[in-house]
Ligand binder design. Structure first.
Ligand SMILES: C[S@@+](CC[C@H](N)C(=O)[O-])C[C@H]1O[C@@H](n2cnc3c(N)ncnc32)[C@H](O)[C@@H]1O
Length: 317
C-alpha cells in the first residue's frame, strides 16, 4: 500500500485565466511567478538548479549538508513537517534521517510535479508518512491533515520568500506562524545581497535555461487558455534593481504586436515588457526585521563562507 496521500486544494483554471487577463490589463503588465510552474516549468526549474551560474541552489544544499544535524536539532524530531514550495523534494532528503518526522507534508502549486515527486520520495522512504498538498500558499489555506497530538515544524527552501513583495512576504510568514502555532519552528532559505556580476550571471545563464523557463510562462498560457503568444516575439530580460534590492525578470516584446488571450486583444509596444518575477535579496538583519513583523524570533542562522546565501531558523513567539 502506498504511504502517500494526496489533497488537491488547487485553484481552478479560472484562477489562471482571471489573473492573466488582469495582469495583461494592468500598467505595467505583470503576471505572478507562481504561474511558471506547470510540469514543464517545474522540470525547467530543476535544470536551473544544476547550472554552474545558479549559486543559490548549490550553496543552500552545501549549507544543509554541512549543518543539517544542527538544523534538525533546532527543528525538533517527530513533528508534522510542512514544506512550502517543495518542488522535487530533493533538499528535504538531507534532513529526513535526522528529523524522523511523524509525517511529511510537501505543499506545491505544481500538481503533476508534486504528485510525481511525492511518489518518488515514498519509494525511497517507504516508512515515511507523506501527505502531499497541491495548494497556492499565496492566499489563505488550511492544512488538510493536522492531528492535534503532532507538533508542527516547517521548511521553506529555495529563497522563494524573495518572490513576494516584502509586505506580502510578511503576510505569508504570518500565515506560516499561524499554521505552526506558538513555539513552532521554521527553517527558511534566503538569498543574500551580493555583487552584481554574480546576480546577473545567475539569472542570465549561458545555456539560456532561465530564458526558456521565463518563456514557458507564455507557452503555458497558450496551452491552457485560448491564447496566441508568438514566443519568438518576446525576449528574456533579467537585471538587478538596486533601489529595491531585487532581481527582476521580464518578457520583453521585440516588436509592436497585438496578442489575443481569451478573446481580448492586448497591445504591446516594441520594448514593452511583462514583469514575471521579483527575487528580493536580504541581508541577515533585513530578514530578521521582516520575520519579526510576522512574530518570528531568530534562533540561529547559517551563512556560507562566501556570504552568498543564508538559512534561518526562526521560532514563533
Ligand atoms: C524556486 S522553486 C523552489 C523549489 C524547491 N523548494 C527548491 O528549493 O529547489 C519554487 C517552488 O515553489 C512552488 N510555488 C511557487 N509559487 C507557489 C505558490 N503560490 N503556492 C505553492 N507553491 C508555489 C513552485 O511550484 C516551485 O516548486
Amino acid at each position: 500500500m502506498s504511504n502517500v496521500k494526496f489533497y488537491d486544494l488547487h485553484p481552478p483554471l479560472a484562477n489562471l485565466k482571471e489573473e492573466v487577463l488582469n495582469g495583461l490589463s494592468s500598467q505595467p503588465k505583470a503576471i505572478s511567478p507562481k504561474f511558471f510552474y506547470d510540469r514543464e516549468g517545474s522540470l525547467l526549474f530543476d535544470k536551473i538548479t544544476e547550472l554552474p551560474e545558479y549559486y543559490p541552489a548549490r550553496t543552500e544544499i552545501s549549507l544543509l549538508k554541512e549543518h543539517g544535524a544542527e538544523m534538525a536539532l533546532q527543528l525538533g524530531k517527530k513533528s508534522l513537517l510542512l514544506e512550502l514550495g517543495s518542488g522535487s523534494s530533493q533538499k528535504i532528503r538531507l534532513l529526513l534521517d535526522a528529523l524522523q518526522p511523524a509525517a511529511y507534508m510537501p505543499m506545491d502549486i505544481s500538481k503533476e510535479h508534486l504528485w510525481h515527486s511525492a511518489q518518488t520520495l515514498a519509494t525511497d522512504y517507504p516508512d515515511l508518512d507523506i501527505h502531499a498538498v497541491c495548494v497556492d500558499y499565496s492566499s489563505d489555506f488550511h492544512l488538510p491533515y493536522s492531528p492535534d497530538f503532532m507538533a508542527k515544524s516547517a521548511f521553506f527552501p529555495g529563497s522563494s520568500i524573495g518572490n513576494f513583495e516584502p509586505v506580502e512576504a510578511q503576510k505569508l510568514l504570518q500565515r506560516v506562524a499561524q499554521l505552526l502555532g506558538h513555539g513552532g519552528v521554521l527553517l527558511i532559505g534566503v538569498d543574500l545581497k551580493k555583487d552584481l556580476p554574480s546576480l546577473n550571471a545567475a539569472y542570465n545563464d549561458a545555456q539560456a535555461v532561465t530564458a526558456a523557463f521565463n518563456l514557458n510562462l507564455l507557452a503555458r498560457i497558450n496551452r491552457e487558455l485560448e491564447a496566441h503568444f508568438d514566443l519568438s516575439c518576446f525576449e528574456h530580460h533579467a537585471f538587478y534593481n538596486e533601489r529595491l534590492g531585487r532581481m527582476e525578470m521580464h518578457l520583453v516584446s521585440n516588436t509592436p504586436q497585438t496578442v489575443k488571450v481569451e478573446g481580448k486583444s492586448f497591445l504591446f509596444a516594441k520594448g514593452e515588457s511583462i514583469h514575471t518575477e521579483c527575487s528580493y535579496k536580504y541581508t541577515v538583519e533585513e530578514f530578521h526585521h521582516l520575520a519579526a513583523g510576522a512574530d518570528f524570533q531568530p534562533k540561529q542562522v547559517w551563512v556560507d563562507s562566501s556570504q552568498l546565501f543564508s538559512v534561518h531558523c526562526l521560532q514563533v513567539g
